[in-house]
Design a protein around this ligand. Structure first.
Ligand code: AQP
Length: 327
């Protein structure tokens, strides 16, 4: 069975972009592949985050993912810092990557822009992400479009390591959805929807109440020419809405565009479709929140299972690179 691996930072509440770009596909993949999903808490340390907040968000993220449809009977779900081999392999890969290739990472450029002081971890975390992927011999990595470059780095590092030290890693491939691979902020449609950017009206949270979703969609920024047409370059706000309705109703954005004359009618249907899409998630989350012990137990089981593959891969890589095996 092909192996799938993906991760999500507990850096904030999940939003529609995380769900449509990634998590929804994780749910589908668990029925077809050997699926491993990871809450990447170490990645969240690359930006300012309060320790208590990180702890509670890590737990909340597990709840969010289960509510989104991850089934612990069908996939392995765990917390990255619970499996020590992630950071151990990251070091071997840091000694494989170059400064030049990390400098080219657009996420680093975006997230460090305008900051006086940038953590070294923000620069190197794409390598930790490569370790997350390569540790599990993952062939397929379902992610949104913003992660394409990072998966490309993991491929490059796997190939380089294999060339230098012999066949060690499986070379992964990104699986990026055709639709909603980059859900845009409703207020700033030139930017992607994001957890750590403060845009409350532009970000549809996964567990927003129905009336909040309706309000955000109604206030979404569009344009003034009044023509309903799918054209992400010229009409980013409107095209984002068309994609959201298309992905919620199984059509193409162009088909959706053909059914509308007025922006107001489109917005009304987008809001209704999103409320319906997210309703079962909200209901499942409310049920799960009543049993925190079960979620913690499930995460420790996931870490134990993940650890078996992770330590085998780490030992293989450490041996290949020339580290002496402990006696
Ligand atoms: N706007 C988006 N549209 C489609 N997919 C998206 N993803 C994120 N934003 C969008 C996908 O969600 C998965 C988890 O992302 P992450 O938590 O690892 O961090 P990220 O990619 O940096 O997402 P955020 O929401 O912008 O978080 P912060 O602000 O903390 O960095 C990934 O597969 C990502 O592609």
């Amino acid at each position: 069975m092909l192996r799938v691996l993906s991760g999500l930072q507990p850096s904030g509440d999940l939003h529609l972009g995380n769900y449509l770009g990634a998590v929804r596909n994780w749910v589908a993949d668990q029925y077809e592949y050997d699926a491993i999903y990871c809450i990447v808490d170490l990645h969240a340390l690359t930006l300012d985050i309060d320790p208590e907040e990180l702890r509670s968000r890590t737990y909340e993220t597990a709840l969010d993912l289960l509510a989104s449809g991850l089934d612990p009977e069908r996939c392995t779900l765990f917390v990255q810092s619970h499996v020590a081999e992630h950071t151990r392999l990251a070091w071997l890969l840091e000694c494989t990557a170059t400064m030049g290739e990390l400098r080219r990472m657009t996420q680093f450029k975006d997230k460090s822009a305008g900051r006086d002081s940038v953590r070294a971890g923000l620069f190197t975390y794409p390598v930790l992400q490569s370790a997350d992927i390569l540790l599990y011999d993952a062939e397929r990595v379902p992610v949104g479009d913003d992660q394409r470059q990072h998966v490309e780095l993991a491929r490059e590092l796997a190939n380089r390591f294999n060339r230098r030290y012999g066949d060690t890693f499986v070379v992964p491939e990104a699986a990026i959805p055709k639709l909603a691979a980059r859900v845009m902020d409703l207020q700033h449609p030139e930017n992607k929807m994001s957890k750590s950017v403060n845009s409350p009206l532009g970000t549809v949270m996964l567990f927003d109440e129905g009336p909040d979703i309706v309000r955000k969609v109604q206030k979404a920024v569009t344009d003034t020419d009044g023509e309903v047409r799918y054209d992400p370059g010229a009409k980013p706000g409107l095209s984002n809405l068309l994609e959201l309705l298309a992905v919620s109703t199984g059509r193409t954005p162009a088909e959706v565009a053909g059914s509308y004359q007025r922006y107001g009618d489109l917005k009304k249907d987008v809001a209704e479709a999103l409320v319906e899409l997210l309703r079962p998630l909200r209901e499942r989350r409310a049920a799960l929140a009543g049993d925190p012990g079960a979620v913690t137990a499930l995460l420790s089981l996931g870490a134990a299972k993940a650890g078996i593959t992770a330590s085998a891969t780490y030992e293989r890589a450490a041996g290949a690179i020339g580290l002496l095996t402990p006696g």
